[in-house]
Design a binder for this molecule. Structure first.
Ligand code: GTP
Ligand code: MG
Length: 426
């Protein structure tokens, strides 16, 4: 099992700001409040797309931001809510909060969705603040900030494609040039003992998982060489890529190699040969490989596509990868159930927010921090005096004034909150 993982930054849309406006009616100097609420910001939603096999796409795009809600308007008009940003992920993706490690979602089924960052609520317009005592308030709220977080995605990969063949035919070398995998490569047999997996991407941006498998020799089905381990692995792959060495440096005949390997596969499990197979004729950079290939083609009875390749010159690789991706597309995904992941249910967001914390800086200023108080600050419209007074009342209710006093704050001391400074007034 090989785990593909990637970290991304996501930010849900902020809510739109509420509006302050008043009805303008003929002969009425100042009508009632008419400022509408802001629209809600868009959520960031991850959705399973069974067409994806890997997290490759996230290598290029690591930032996902949903749009903010529209601001509230006059005449009581509500700003538009913003559409969610839907981010497709492959089945089997586990999403964690990168900072806490908490699992936010296990995304398994096609089309399954999880809200990974909730959009901010739209701020209320001044209509909502009207009271009998203050029928025409100049108070509005800014939109609530959308949740922002770093998340890590993890996908346990199963190989889509297994490279099979005799030892030393170049399976690991091939994997190393078409993926970021760094398998051990050497002239001697059975260099690969356990499979290495790599994510392969074709030039037209399709991706799949390829495994180099331990070399196979005659008698493998009876446990000769690394037989059993090998066969257990091949069992799980959807397409068999049969690597046949055209250099014949060890004196074997390519066609006999091909027949021997298929015989071993058949002895182990007849159904394996029913799986799609393609042949990669390897080491085509070597002298006389062309002649060997022609001979091989004339001997081959089955209708199996052959792609000549060289991992050294990289010749033929592009076409071979296209062919593999094409075949994979024709095999229904349901054949390979994603490993049983216990149904862990989703959505664990906002923990109880600490209301605020007070620290003191070297210049004597008191600094207020904390998600709740910062959110309140961001939702305050500081252009309006009445909104500002509402903010100070809210701080008082939260116990901020008392706490500051306890920490020794005196009339005239500086209080800092985000990029804002104000004076402590008794
Ligand atoms: N000339 C040439 N040599 C190659 C090519 N690919 C691999 N080789 C050489 O073949 C030898 C075996 O390569 P590996 O990739 O380790 O072979 P393997 O099939 O993974 O072998 P096992 O893991 O032992 O089953 C190494 O010495 C490679 O350098 C190629 O395209 N051309
Ligand atoms: Mg190898």
């Amino acid at each position: 099992m090989f785990v593909d993982s990637v970290s991304v930054y996501i930010k849900a849309g902020d809510g739109g700001d509420g509006s302050v406006s008043f009805r303008r009616e003929k002969y009425v100097p100042m009508g009632g409040p008419a400022g509408g609420d802001g629209g809600n910001g868009g959520d960031v939603i991850f959705e399973v797309d069974e067409g994806l096999n890997t997290l490759m796409d996230f290598r290029y795009n690591r930032h996902f931001k949903a749009k903010r809600g529209e601001h509230g308007k006059s005449r009581g008009a509500h700003g538009k809510n913003s559409d969610p940003l839907i981010v497709p992920v492959p089945p089997g993706t586990t999403v964690r909060d990168a900072d806490t490690g908490d699992v936010l979602a296990d995304l398994i089924e096609h089309k399954q969705q999880a809200i990974i960052a909730k959009g901010g609520r739209g701020g209320r317009g001044n209509i909502k603040f009207a009271t009998p005592r203050n029928p025409a308030p100049e108070i509005s709220e800014n939109g609530e900030p959308g949740v922002e977080r770093n998340v890590s995605l993890e996908l346990k990969l199963m190989a889509d494609v297994g490279l099979v063949g005799f030892p030393s035919v170049g399976k690991s070398t091939l994997l190393s040039v078409v993926s970021a995998a760094k398998p051990k490569i050497a002239e001697y047999h059975f260099t690969t003992i356990t499979p290495n997996l790599g994510v392969v991407e074709t030039e037209d941006q399709r991706s799949f998982v390829m495994a180099d498998l331990p070399g196979l020799i005659e008698g493998a089905h009876e446990g000769v060489g690394l037989g059993h381990q090998f066969l257990r692995h091949v069992d799980r792959t959807r397409v068999i890529v049969h690597v046949v060495d055209m250099a014949s440096m060890e004196g074997r005949d390519p066609y006999e190699d091909f027949v021997t390997i298929n015989e071993e596969l058949k002895q182990y499990d007849e159904t394996i040969l029913e799986r799609p197979q393609i042949i990669l004729a390897s080491k085509m950079d070597m002298p006389e490989s062309e002649e060997k290939l022609e001979e091989f083609k004339s001997q081959l009875e089955q209708d199996i596509p052959i792609y000549p390749v060289s991992s050294i010159t990289r010749g033929g690789l592009k076409e071979a990868l296209f062919a593999i991706a094409d075949i994979l597309e024709t095999i229904p995904k349901d054949d390979t159930p994603v490993e049983d992941v216990e149904e862990r249910v989703v959505y664990r967001f906002e923990k109880e927010e600490t209301p605020f914390e007070i620290t003191r800086e070297s210049d004597g200023a008191f600094v207020l921090k904390g998600p709740k108080i910062e959110k309140l600050f961001k939702m305050t419209n500081f252009d309006r005096d009445e909104s500002v007074s509402r903010f100070s009342r809210q701080l008082r209710t939260m116990g901020v004034d008392d706490a500051l006093r306890k920490r020794g704050a005196k009339d005239g001391d500086t209080i800092r909150l985000l990029d804002f400074e104000f004076e402590f007034v008794e």
